[in-house]
Design a protein around this ligand. Structure first.
Ligand SMILES: C[S@@+](CC[C@H](N)C(=O)[O-])C[C@H]1O[C@@H](n2cnc3c(N)ncnc32)[C@H](O)[C@@H]1O
Length: 289
């Protein structure tokens, strides 16, 4: 392991660092993601899409990070990524950046925690990171120049992981779209959008197949949407702590792994992607590093 917290494997020939591919790599299904360790339990009973991208993120982090790390969770909201980092046996610093962070944890034996309330466009990094994560937060960003700082705040072997849903998911994301998740992107749009801010797409993991998509539609958008909305507006008003209760959790917990298995056969029509990105220039420009 290198002192920077990045595993040496990532730097070997055939690894991600070195000669950059000229073209965006084709999206591929990689069912090895489901062998990833450290996936936080609460992510397993989310939507089928979350089930997939939580595994993809754990897979990439597990392969590329070790030991002491500096991680920025951009759009990290409640800071739940910290439990993934701890599950992977990492330590170091964890920064949760969000417009409205709700992270309750302020100290941890393994991580120095920093919570920053800021819009992406107003953020200026104070340190360099081994990894920057955008987990379902880039759908809220129309113009990637708002996150152009990311390219300059990565350590020499640092990388970015982002999840993005595809455009044909309108029916799967009613409430998310209302909250600002308005900018999904398809494969062809990714490389040009990230190239504008100096990032290259190194790998593209397709997330969700036909079964997971159908399951997400039925359980999380169609069938369950109205009962959940009714619950929030009735019991949720009387008991505010129940307003964000995941009523579908136990159902998802059973269905998600089942659907992912069926998708081994029906692996097409992905819901979204998990992207691994690296900068073309390797200089961290953050002050004080
Ligand atoms: C769908 S939530 C994802 C939260 C977390 N990453 C997860 O996967 O559970 C998107 C988050 O991005 C944050 N966000 C959206 N647009 C933002 C912006 N322009 N600047 C900073 N944070 C933003 C929101 O406040 C929200 O917490």
């Amino acid at each position: 392991m290198s002192r920077s917290g990045i595993t040496e494997a990532a730097c070997q020939p055939g690894g991600a660092v070195g000669a950059y591919p000229i073209q965006t790599p084709a999206a591929r299904y990689n069912f090895d993601i489901f062998n990833a360790r450290g996936v936080p339990k609460e992510q397993l009973n989310g939507t089928p899409y979350r089930y997939w991208h939580a595994h993809a993120i754990a897979h990439i982090f597990g392969k590329r990070l070790s030991g002491n790390v500096d991680v920025l969770d951009a759009g990290g909201r409640d800071g739940r990524t910290l439990s993934l980092l701890k599950g992977l046996g990492l330590h170091g610093t964890y920064t949760c950046l969000d417009l409205k962070p709700t992270m309750a944890v302020t100290s941890d034996p393994d991580f120095e925690i920093e919570t920053i309330a800021s819009a992406f466009k107003d953020f200026s990094p104070r340190r360099c990171y081994d990894a920057v994560l955008f987990q379902t937060s880039l759908e809220c960003v129309k113009d990637y120049r708002e996150i152009a700082w990311v390219t300059g705040c990565l350590k020499p072997r640092g990388f970015v992981v982002a999840t993005l849903h595809r455009r044909n998911t309108r029916r799967l994301y009613r409430s998310y779209r209302k909250e600002g998740g308005l900018y999904p992107r398809n494969e062809g749009e990714l490389a040009p959008a990230f190239a504008e801010i100096g990032l290259q797409v190194m790998e593209l993991f397709a997330l969700g197949g036909v079964a997971s998509r159908l399951c997400q539609y039925v359980t999380n958008s169609g069938l369950a949407y109205y009962p959940q909305a009714a619950f929030r507006h009735t019991a949720g008003r009387v008991f505010p702590e129940l307003r964000h209760a995941n009523l579908m959790g136990p159902v998802n917990q059973v269905l998600n792994p089942l659907m992912a298995r069926i998708d081994r056969v029906l692996h097409f029509r992905p819901i979204g992607h998990c992207l691994l990105l690296e900068p073309a220039s390797k200089n961290c420009l953050a002050p004080g590093v």
